[in-house]
Design a protein around this ligand. Structure first.
Ligand code: TMP
Ligand code: ASP
Length: 253
C-alpha cells in the first residue's frame, strides 16, 4: 500500500492528502504546546477528544448553516475535511476579558465586555502571532475588506452558536480562536470555518465554580488537561456519561 502524503504538520495536528481532490485528512495529535511552543507536552487522549469535540461543533455549525470544512469523522483521531486556503489570520472573539487582553488592557480576568470583541492576530510563529489591526490586514493584503467583513460576520455567528451550546451545559464561553479558509466554487470564492474548534482554542469556565476546562489548565499547570476536556465532552454528550476517562478503550464507538 502506498504511503499517504503528508501535506503539513502543525503543533497539534497533521494534514494528509485526502482520498479525493479537494479533501484532506486531518489527524489530531496528543501534543500540546503553549507560549509559542516554549512549553510542550504529550497528553494522552487529547487528540481523540479534540477530534470528537471539533466534529461536534462543526456539525452543529453545519446544522445552522454556518459553512465549515468538516466532511466526516474517519476514526478516533482523523477526520475528512475540505481543502481550503487558510487566511493567515487567527480570528479571536472575546466575551469576557482574559489572557492577553487582560494583560494588554489591565482588565481583570472575567470582566464582562460591553459586547463581543473580534480581534485578529497574524499567523506567524516566529513573531509570536502578533495582534494586527484591520488597517494592517488590508494594507499588507492578508485579506480584502470584503473578506474582513465576512470573517467578522462568521466569527460572531460562531460565537452565538458556541456561547449557547456551552451555556446549556453550564459552561461560559470566555473567548475562542478560529481560522478561516477560502474555497472556490467555480469562479466564486467563499470563506468557511476551518482548522478546529476545541478546548485547545477556547476558554471555557464552569458557570458555577469558574473552574477552567480548556487549555489554560495546561498553560497554567492547573491539573489534568484530559480530565478537563473529558468533562466538556461528557457534558455535551459527546462521550457517554458513564465514561470517566478518554483513554479507556471502550470510549469511542
Ligand atoms: P489569548 O488571550 O492568549 O490571546 O487567547 C485568546 C484565545 O485564543 C483563547 O481562547 C486561546 C486562543 N488561542 C489559540 O487558540 N491559539 C493561540 O496560539 C493563542 C495565543 C490563543
Ligand atoms: N499556539 C500556541 C503555541 O504554539 C499555544 C497556545 O497558547 O494556545 O504554543
Amino acid at each position: 500500500m502506498a504511503r499517504r502524503k503528508k501535506i503539513y504538520e502543525g503543533k497539534a495536528k497533521i494534514l494528509y492528502e485526502g482520498p479525493e481532490p479537494g479533501t484532506f485528512v486531518q489527524y489530531f495529535k496528543d501534543d500540546a504546546t503553549a507560549f509559542n511552543a516554549e512549553k510542550k507536552a504529550t497528553i494522552d487522549g487529547k487528540g481523540v477528544l479534540n477530534n470528537r469535540l471539533s466534529e461536534f461543533f462543526m456539525k452543529g455549525l453545519t446544522q445552522i448553516g454556518i459553512p465549515n470544512h468538516f466532511l466526516k469523522r474517519l476514526n478516533m483521531r482523523e477526520q475528512l475535511i475540505r481543502q481550503v486556503e487558510i487566511i493567515p489570520l487567527e480570528v479571536i472573539v472575546r466575551n469576557f476579558a482574559a489572557g492577553s487582553m487582560s494583560t494588554r488592557l489591565g482588565l481583570s480576568e472575567g470582566t464582562a465586555l460591553p459586547r463581543p470583541i473580534v480581534e485578529f492576530c497574524l499567523k506567524d510563529d516566529k513573531l509570536g502571532d502578533p495582534l494586527v489591526s484591520e488597517e494592517h490586514i488590508i494594507a499588507f493584503g492578508w485579506a480584502s475588506q470584503q473578506d474582513l467583513d465576512d470573517m467578522v460576520a462568521l466569527a460572531l455567528r460562531v460565537n452565538d452558536f458556541m456561547s449557547g451550546v456551552m451555556l446549556a451545559v453550564g459552561i461560559k464561553l470566555v473567548d475562542f480562536k478560529i481560522e478561516i479558509g477560502r474555497v472556490w466554487d467555480n469562479d466564486f470564492q467563499r470563506l468557511i470555518v476551518a482548522d478546529e474548534i476545541s478546548p485547545d482554542s477556547c476558554r471555557l469556565w464552569d458557570v458555577e465554580t469558574g473552574q477552567k476546562l480548556d487549555k489554560d489548565v495546561f498553560r497554567r499547570d492547573l491539573g489534568s488537561l484530559t480530565d478537563a476536556y473529558t468533562e466538556v465532552a461528557r457534558r455535551l454528550g459527546v462521550l457517554p456519561s458513564n465514561v470517566t476517562h478518554a483513554t479507556k478503550p471502550t470510549l469511542i464507538n
